[in-house]
Every structure is written in C-alpha cells, then in structure tokens.
Design a protein. Structure first.
Length: 202
C-alpha cells in the first residue's frame, strides 16, 4: 500500500503541471478576446477546442491512474468483507481521549503490522476530530467524531513507526491542546516509515 505522503508528493507535481496547462488555456482565450477586429484569429477555434479536449482527457486520466494508489480506496471497497485483527475503542469527552478507562498517553496503543485494525471512537459531548500523524506532523488518517453517531475507521499500517494523536476538528479553545505525542506504535514490519521514526521532523 502506498503511503499517503508519497501520493501527495507525486500529485503536487502532476497537478502543478496540469494547473499551469489550464492557466495557459485561459491566457490563450484572453488573447483571442483582445485581438482587434479585422485581424486574423490568433488561434483557430478547432485548435482551441482540441486543446480543451486534451486537457479534459488528461484530467480524467490522472484520476483514473491515481485511483488505486490512494491508500484508503482498497479498504473502502472491501470494508464489508474485512475482519479487523484489532479493534481500538476510544472515548472522547471534556476534550480528553480515554482508552481502557484512562486518559491516553504515549505508548498506549500498539498496532500490528500489515493487519487491518479498526478505530471505534465515541464522543460523549462535542464534535471532535480523530487524527493520526507522523513524526513530521504529516497526516496518516483522520475522521470526524460526532456525538450520538457511529464513528469508526479501518486502516492497515505497513511500516514501523511511532505516531501522534491529534483532534482535527474545532471544538472550542481547549481543542487546540488535544495533541498527544507518540501514542501509536507500529512494529513487526520489514520496513520503517522514515517520516515516523522519532526525530524525523522533515
């Protein structure tokens, strides 16, 4: 499974090129509008619309090609047939994370490698966010946690690493402090997540 950070880095390049191509189309169109009457068209309509067609085709192709590279797509498609190896039940209330009846702290949750795990998160008061972040503070996954609703998220970790827990939704001023370092530890993989080793801040 491809890391979300790798997908993001690749898409930055792809979409920068694509965006510049679209901007060139707008510039091309603008030149045609300011072209004085009586002068020949700078660009023939057939050429212009052919370029538009190419941009649309390339845009759709980008989404088709990257579709199966996005980490959560496969899980979402097979969700009803997957039995998680571990289920982590976490409660949120009073701007706190509670696991096994106690406030969550560093090293509390150990996650097996290459196994589907399920995070079941229940809010007792406000709408919070449940986000898992790498050591360099890039996000692995997140979900909104709404009180009175089922909030769960399935994932598979395939690299060793230590991850932070952070609320990703605004829940008042106290929500800014809902950040706990080194809560999740993944071990047993053949490869390390270079962004999730302690001290990996780049």
């Amino acid at each position: 499974m491809t890391d979300s950070v790798d997908v993001l880095n690749a898409l930055k390049i792809v979409y920068t090129i694509y965006t510049l191509s679209v901007i060139s189309l707008i510039g091309w169109f603008a030149l045609g509008l300011v072209n004085p009457k009586g002068k020949p068209r700078i660009v023939k309509p057939s050429t212009f619309y052919a370029y538009v067609g190419i941009l649309i085709t390339v845009g759709v192709a980008i989404h088709i090609v990257t579709f199966n590279k996005i980490p959560w797509v496969e899980i979402d498609f097979k969700r009803d047939s997957i039995q998680p190896a571990e289920v982590y039940k976490i409660e949120m209330k009073d701007h706190r994370y509670i696991f096994n009846g106690q406030d969550i702290k560093a090293g509390d949750i150990h996650i097996p490698c290459n196994e589907y795990v399920l995070f079941e998160v229940d809010s007792k008061d406000l709408t919070y966010g449940f986000g898992i972040f790498r050591q360099n503070n890039s996000m692995v996954l997140q979900m909104q946690v709404v009180p009175g609703n089922k909030n769960d998220l399935m994932w598979k970790f395939h690299k060793n690493g230590v991850y932070h827990l952070r609320s990703t939704e605004y829940s008042g001023p106290a929500g800014a402090h809902m950040y706990i370092k080194d809560v999740f530890e993944v071990s047993g993989c053949n490869e390390d997540d270079k962004y999730s080793q302690k001290g990996a801040d780049k």
